[in-house]
Design a protein around this ligand. Structure first.
Ligand code: GDP
Ligand code: MG
Ligand code: ZN
Length: 318
């Protein structure tokens, strides 16, 4: 089909207003890849209008303009929406999530600062946080990693332990139990086993990634975009993994102080007991949080993270 014919066909089809539905499975600039609900091959879609307000995980209504292209005409109602943000700007990132899986390993040494921030992001967005400790086959490093995670278990967080490489079947069973049927965003520093995990759970992940890159005409950028992999139907049908390159400290800069204090579960029962109703829990007299830090009910490191985040949100350029 020549260019003009394609365009004409597209216009004709768009004119019929045939409402097609799908899920955004990758985003690269203003290019989006939409997986049609009918199970057909993904289409490259552009948003109608200038502003890109589409996120990976969005349910969208689109009109096909050719066999493999379309225009996004409407975005379905979102359960939630994550942003990537820094001091200066925030960008849409992913939508309609249930869980946040933080991938850690016995080796290399994981950053507790990043773990703490990821937990805050999960709490602030009302996502269920799951902590995964991978590479438990590395026995020399295991005791320290477990000891460092003890605090988070005590706070009530779920900590799963696997060896993706040494005991893949066991790892698959544990992960499936927690991931199938849910939309989960993965977070992890490099070297922790994120790619290994995706390949373990999504049998054709590599092929799918190649397909996405080709469809987005961005072969060079295979690792620079967020993508969604549908999980194969397991015990619980449905669910997807959303993977994005690098470690994303998403959403923390535009949090309010009110959201932040509640993102620390150990603070929550204390908040009503501060002397001042607008207590910042930093230096105030009669602060129930500071008292709890004093007598060891709240870990000083956790309070230090809170103070650091309060400082950071005060630096935002609005
Ligand atoms: N010993 C051990 N190595 C693992 C395990 N899982 C992954 N690895 C290795 O750790 C390295 C980093 O894994 P990868 O999945 O690429 O990590 P990513 O950077 O988070 O995507 C690779 O060399 C993997 O083979 C495991 O359970 N045990
Ligand atoms: Mg990787
Ligand atoms: Zn206080």
């Amino acid at each position: 089909m020549n260019r003009r014919a394609t365009k004409a066909a597209g216009a004709a089809q768009a004119g019929t207003g045939a409402a097609l539905h799908g899920v955004v499975i990758a985003a690269h600039g203003r290019h989006y890849l939409v997986a049609p609900d009918d199970g057909g091959a993904p289409l490259q879609c552009f948003p109608r209008g200038k502003k890109s307000e589409v996120a990976v995980g969005d349910r969208v209504e689109y009109q096909a303009t050719s066999a493999d292209q379309g225009v996004i005409v409407a975005i379905g109602e979102r359960r939630n929406l994550l942003y990537r943000s820094d001091q200066f700007k925030s960008k849409l990132f992913a939508a309609n999530l249930d869980q946040l899986l933080i991938v850690l390993a016995t080796e290399p040494h994981f950053s507790e600062d990043l773990l703490g921030r990821a937990l805050v992001a999960a709490e602030a967005n009302e996502l269920k946080p799951l902590i995964l400790l991978n590479k438990i086959d590395l026995e020399a490093a295991l005791p320290l990693a477990r000891q460092r995670l003890e605090r988070y278990r005590a706070l009530g967080y779920t900590v799963l332990e696997v060896s993706e490489k040494k005991h893949p079947e066991e790892a698959h069973a544990i992960l499936s139990k927690h991931l199938h049927g849910h939309q989960t965003i993965l977070l992890g520093q490099s070297g922790m086993g994120k790619s290994t995990l995706v390949n373990l759970l999504i049998p054709d992940a590599e092929a799918a990634t190649r397909e996405i890159s080709t469809a987005l005409n961005s072969g060079r950028h295979t690792t620079t975009f967020t993508r969604l992999y549908k999980l194969p139907d397991g015990e619980h049908p449905g669910g997807a993994l959303i993977d994005s390159p690098g470690f994303q400290e998403f959403g923390l800069y535009h949090l309010t102080e009110g959201t932040l204090e509640r993102a620390f579960p150990e603070f929550r029962p204390l908040l009503a007991h501060c002397r001042f109703y607008n207590c910042h829990h930093l230096h105030e007299p009669g602060c129930a949080v500071l008292e709890a830090v004093e007598d060891g009910r709240v870990a000083p490191e956790r309070h230090a993270l809170y103070a650091q985040l309060v400082h950071e949100i005060s630096q935002i350029v609005r």
